[in-house]
Design a protein around this ligand. Structure first.
Ligand code: ADP
Ligand code: DP6
Length: 328
């Protein structure tokens, strides 16, 4: 956990897929969620970010995949760096150079790995030496799901009630070690409604939101017991239900919206068909049309081959549980 010069540091964080979704903020400034959530960090998708504080810079600069960024994404990073400056007492502007290692323009959630890597690199470069819990709290302020990418494997974000007690923790001694996620890249365009906007609209307008808060509590309890009992069928079924319950909040919002497209529905039906044919697998879908198929090693080749034939092999990525944050 080293390599920082005095004012520069590089960190690498993997993205995560939520099995029990985070969907709604109780406090939008501090990013305190209404519910806990649970995810799996994935080995195939990651962000590497270098932060250098430099008194010669007139403002913060951001390069993502070698492109200079000056739009809303820059503002989000700048706001986050202000938080780091406030916490560390550093005053210099920063040069941020970031690379997203996800299938090209796949529309896979990148804010989780991006803000976990930024939190680690920026805090280290500013001279703060945060423990993992405080790093998780800091990453949460950039993007809620980022607080879970500090850790590898199965991770729970304990919702807490304020800035001090809302952070992620790894699931101790997890079973289901042979879990695999087959990521299907159905759509490569940026989604029209971001997670941030989508969850806000769901909280404020869906009449079902209070019920979501109740069911997530029991879904979380059940999935943790499935993980400790090595019960894949229960684990997969809860993940699938929970994803559909989240998407029901978009359909019941005003105005309503939907992240699925026709191919999302086709892929979901194919997962069900495989399951009925004895190839056990389940699906989950985040705030976009891409489907992630949850399975075990014994079925991963059959599932990957099936979807490679339908979508083309370049759209199918097999991921394993991935590691937590690393400093380079
Ligand atoms: P959402 O979090 O809205 O579901 P994504 O996870 O795809 O959607 O996050 C996309 C946003 O994350 C981008 O618009 C940008 O603001 C931010 N982001 C993505 N990659 C990086 C990066 N490498 N460095 C800084 N910010 C990033
Ligand atoms: C559907 O973490 O991207 O992926 O906190 O506003 O940055 P912000 O939202 P974000 O939302 C993730 C939503 C989700 C579910 C999840 O990852 O738990």
């Amino acid at each position: 956990m080293t390599t920082s010069s005095n004012n520069s540091a590089t960190a690498l964080a993997h993205t995560n897929i939520a099995l029990i979704k985070y969907w709604g903020k109780k406090n939008a400034d501090l990013i305190i969620p209404y519910t806990g959530s649970l995810s799996l960090t994935l080995d195939q998708f990651y962000t590497k970010t270098q932060v250098s504080f430099d008194r010669q810079l007139e403002q913060d600069t951001l390069l993502i995949n070698e492109q200079a960024v000056t739009d809303k994404s820059w503002q989000r990073v700048h706001d986050f760096l202000n938080l780091v400056r406030q916490q560390s007492g550093i005053t210099e502007n920063a040069r941020v150079i970031s690379d997203n290692h996800v299938p090209t323009a796949a529309g896979l959630a990148s804010s989780a790995s991006a803000f976990a890597a930024l939190a680690a690199a920026a805090s280290k470069a500013s001279g703060m030496d945060l423990n993992e819990r405080d790093l998780s709290r800091l990453a949460r302020r950039g993007s809620g799901s980022a607080c879970r990418s500090i850790y590898g494997g199965f991770v729970e974000w304990q919702r807490g009630s304020d800035d001090t007690d809302s952070y992620a923790v790894p699931i101790e001694n997890p079973n289901l070690k042979d879990i695999r996620i087959v990521a299907l890249t159905i759509e490569t365009h940026q989604k029209p409604i971001s997670s941030r906007q989508g969850m806000e609209r769901s909280v404020t307008t869906s009449p079902y939101y209070p019920t979501w808060v109740k069911v997530v509590e029991s879904d979380l309890k059940e999935i943790k017991s499935a993980i400790s009992q090595n019960d894949f069928a229960k684990f997969g079924a809860i993940s699938e239900f929970n994803a559909m319950r989240m998407h029901a909040l978009t359909l019941s919002a005003n105005p309503d919206f939907l992240y699925f497209n026709g191919m999302t529905l086709d892929a979901m039906n194919e997962v069900k068909r495989l399951r009925h044919a004895g190839v056990e697998c389940y699906y989950t879908v985040d705030a976009g049309p891409n489907v992630k198929v949850i399975c075990q090693t014994k079925n991963v080749d059959t599932i990957a081959n099936t979807f490679s034939k339908i979508l083309g092999p370049e759209k199918v990525t097999v991921a394993k549980p991935g590691p937590g944050i690393k400093y380079l």
